[in-house]
Design a protein. Structure first.
Length: 148
């Protein structure tokens, strides 16, 4: 399993989980096991929308407003690196994406610990990188860092 999930997720007062209240999160992840992150985000009191590939993530970005994106770098149809390049590109083929989301924080998610993967993500336009398996604490730190 690529996600470290405690046996019992601690139930908390959801209004105290984020300094600034609920955050709208787009989770682009094709692996159902790793989509458990959506439940983790919701347990923290955030709103989550799941896209199963980069193309679906782009379509959701055209229709909904998000505060942060957690993007797997290896997905079918359109990988996370290419989806990020499209989001960051001026004059994108998805015109509404760049207009509203060119500065949205994008956090890469990958099971690859190979040297250079983090650098590829940053070069593609991602703001940060989180490696799998991740813990609730890891996700919370990224949300607070990029949405506060």
């Amino acid at each position: 399993m690529l996600v470290d999930v405690p046996d019992q997720l601690e139930k908390r007062d959801k209004t105290q989980n984020s300094v600034f209240g609920p955050v709208n999160i787009l989770l682009a992840e094709d692996n159902a096991v790793n989509q458990i992150a959506a439940a983790m985000f919701e347990d923290l009191g955030h709103n989550v929308s799941v896209a199963e590939n980069g193309k679906e993530a782009l379509m959701k970005l055209e229709k909904e407003k998000f505060d942060i994106i957690f993007m797997d770098i290896e997905m079918p149809e359109l990988d996370g690196l290419e989806a990020t390049r499209i989001i960051r590109a001026p004059g994108s083929t998805y015109p509404d994406i760049g207009k509203y989301n060119s500065h949205i924080p994008i956090i890469a998610m990958s099971a690859h610990a190979l040297k250079g993967v983090r650098e590829q993500c940053i070069e593609a336009g991602m703001n940060d990188y989180i490696s799998k398996p991740f813990k609730i604490k890891d996700l919370t730190e990224k949300i607070e860092r990029y949405t506060s």
